[in-house]
Write a protein that binds this ligand. Structure first.
Ligand code: URP
Ligand code: ZN
Ligand code: ZN
Length: 473
């Protein structure tokens, strides 16, 4: 077994930061020691195969992105990153675990949907991966299937209050799926937007001739996110299901979540870098068809209404539980451009799996969150939320040696032709400058990225059988 010493760095965890050396033995962390510890002997390098020098750098647990859609069929096309390209891009950005969504289409068994996602991912991933299951057809058979999936390590299920005719579930279906989730102890994930009302607003906008990407945002007002979030919380309360609301972008929706949790209900909120940094006015409102790059749901919100600042505040103070990317990339050419002249035909989704750790580190540099909270929301709490802790999300003896050496004095310029490895013909964060840099990434003890070079292979990543959530109240 290969032994590696990561020497001289500051190990950052969700609870503190201190100078520590890390010894890796094969796949896992063997020890975390004070520098100069007698355990390493007079010549520490002599007892290991490789030394990674981390002086002046942060040493963190690999990032855990709990919300991705690799090669997902959606919006009349398919998300442009495969499991191979998307997980490699994730690795470049310091993410060593993803949880992707298997999709159940109406008429297909959930067991067959998960099998199809195993086929897509197996042998192709650069990093470890788990699956959530989208239940697109709530019926007796799929409710029974949920129990089988939990036994196979797929312990969370996503429903949609949006996208009527595609993934949409009505309140009765949601209630039934929540009852099953509650019985199983499984996490119920919700896309909380009132899709029925949104579709009326969309049809009215198109009839008025409001066809530009900007109107994707105005036809999905925050009230319809707040209303759906509130309804989901009430249904979860009736059933006792633990609820995780995905891609929250409206400050009012977060208020609903925070209030419910403060009353003792298991309700959690995820946000994404796009909702912290980007806006309706600046991005969706870009001239011509440019705004299509940022069409996603929930939509980017108005900066004038103060959503972004409030999301940062909730992130700092614990109201937001995790930061994921909702990585769902589409190219402008032949994909987003299907919606020229009709914003409702633009495939919904933004790619960002490569940049989450950097973008959130910039929040640390800007004084918006602490170093420890960065690791907490990007690594440790997602691992706990989705039943992977302490194997993932922490650097401690016995944990998988998924480790990132991060240089706070380095620099990262985001953009196509710069640090872009995702299979997209544009970057949603083009021109962003980050005051930090992912230097070295280890996945289960193997260096897969170093100094901007990819050293891994497709198939390095393995499927993770997850347990039930470890983050419940
Ligand atoms: O616009 C988005 N979010 N696309 C991906 C599918 C989803 O709703 O998460
Ligand atoms: Zn969604
Ligand atoms: Zn999503």
């Amino acid at each position: 077994m290969t032994r590696i010493l990561v020497r001289g760095g500051t190990v950052v965890s969700a609870t503190g930061s201190q100078p520590l050396d890390v010894i890796i033995d094969g796949d896992t962390v063997a020890a975390v020691l004070r520098p100069g510890s007698a355990v390493l002997g007079a010549d520490p390098a002599a007892s290991v195969d490789t030394v990674i020098e981390a002086a002046g750098k942060y040493v963190l647990p690999g990032g855990v992105d709990g919300h991705t859609h690799m090669q997902m069929p959606f919006g009349g096309t398919e998300a442009s990153d495969t499991f191979e390209t998307g997980t490699r891009a994730a690795a470049f950005g310091g993410t060593t675990t993803i949880v992707d969504f298997a999709v159940q289409k109406p008429g297909v068994r959930v067991q067959d949907s998960i099998a199809a996602w195993h086929d897509k991912a197996a042998g192709n991933c650069a990093i470890d991966y788990g699956f959530h299951q989208i239940v697109g057809d709530v019926n007796d058979e799929s409710l029974k299937g949920m129990a089988e999936l939990v036994a196979e390590g797929v312990t969370s299920f996503k429903l949609f209050m949006a996208y009527p005719g595609v993934f949409y579930s009505d309140d009765g279906q949601i209630l039934r799926a929540m009852q099953t989730s509650a019985e199983l102890g499984a996490l119920l994930m919700m896309h909380a937007e009132n899709g029925i009302a949104i579709d009326v607003l969309v049809a009215q906008a198109l009839r008025r001739g409001d066809t530009a990407p900007y109107y994707h945002g105005t036809t999905r007002p925050w009230q319809l996110e707040e209303e759906a979030t509130h309804r989901a919380i009430m249904l979860a309360q009736v059933t006792g299901a633990p609820l995780y609301v995905v891609h929250v972008s409206a400050k009012q929706a977060l208020e609903q979540i925070v209030q419910a949790r403060s009353k003792g209900q298991n309700v959690f909120g995820e946000t994404c870098p796009q909702y912290l940094y980007l806006s309706l006015e600046e991005q969706l409102g870009a001239p011509g068809f440019e705004g299509a790059k940022w069409v996603c749901s929930t939509p980017l919100r108005s900066r004038a209404e103060g959503h972004q600042d409030e999301l940062w505040r909730y992130l700092r103070t614990g109201g937001v539980t995790t930061v994921a990317t909702d990585h769902c990339p589409f190219c402008m050419k032949d994909q987003k451009d299907m919606g020229v002249g009709d914003f409702s035909k633009i495939p919904n989704g933004i790619g960002g799996v490569e940049h989450r750790m950097d973008l959130m580190f910039q929040g640390v540099v800007d004084g918006r969150l602490s170093l420890e909270r960065w690791v907490d929301v990007c690594c440790t709490t997602p691992a706990r939320m989705f039943g992977m802790y302490p194997r993932k999300g922490v650097i401690s003896p016995g944990a998988d040696a998924d480790i990132v050496v991060y240089d706070p004095n380095g620099h990262t310029s985001i953009g196509v032709g710069k640090t872009h490895h995702m299979n997209m013909d544009y970057s949603a964060y083009e021109g962003f400058e980050i005051d930090g840099h992912v230097d070295t990434v280890l996945s289960r003890g193997r260096v897969i990225v170093d100094g901007g070079r990819y050293l891994g292979r497709p198939g390095d990543g393995r499927f993770l059988e997850r347990g039930l959530s470890q983050n419940l109240l």
